[in-house]
Design a protein around this ligand. Structure first.
Ligand code: ZN
Length: 150
């Protein structure tokens, strides 16, 4: 992950870190200021940065001070809420898989290491080998459901 440099957009400036963070949290525009970066000069706000997983140092007080901002992950996919599995394994995704298993002929599962969907898993399959990443971390949908719930 790269650390971008940003400056306040439209000639704004700040004298305190708190003021920078207040506007950042409010979703105001900042401008990327990495001379050799492909996005140099692009306007960016917190929403963009969170979505793209961007960390940055924002310069303020005449560009003499910096404050570091980090992306916030959407709450539903933090590792803490899904037992440390791959972040793409959300409760919604697992629910859909369990439904397709119950009401159809699918036997879906998930690789907890890389997040790939797997097929041909018994509902209570554990530690099958992933065809995508090779880890023995494929679990059946129901088994995953038990682990994903708090
Ligand atoms: Zn995998």
């Amino acid at each position: 992950m790269t650390l971008l440099t940003m400056t306040p957009a439209y000639g704004r400036d700040y004298t305190s870190k708190a003021a920078v963070l207040k506007d950042w949290q409010a979703g105001k525009d900042f401008q990327i200021a990495n001379a050799f970066h492909k996005d140099d000069g692009r306007y960016i706000n917190k929403q963009d940065a969170d979505r793209d997983g961007i960390s940055a140092s924002i310069r303020y007080k005449g560009q003499t001070r910096i404050v570091i901002i980090k992306p916030e992950k959407p709450e539903t996919v933090t590792p803490a809420s899904n037992g440390g599995m791959h972040a793409s394994i959300t409760i919604d995704r697992v629910t859909a898989a369990v439904e397709s298993e119950m009401f159809g002929t699918d036997n879906p599962g998930f690789c907890h290491a890389c997040g790939e969907s797997a097929e041909g898993c018994e509902p209570d399959a554990r530690n099958y080998t992933c065809g995508s990443c090779g880890e023995a971390q494929v679990f059946g949908a129901e088994e995953t459901m038990l682990m994903v719930q708090p």
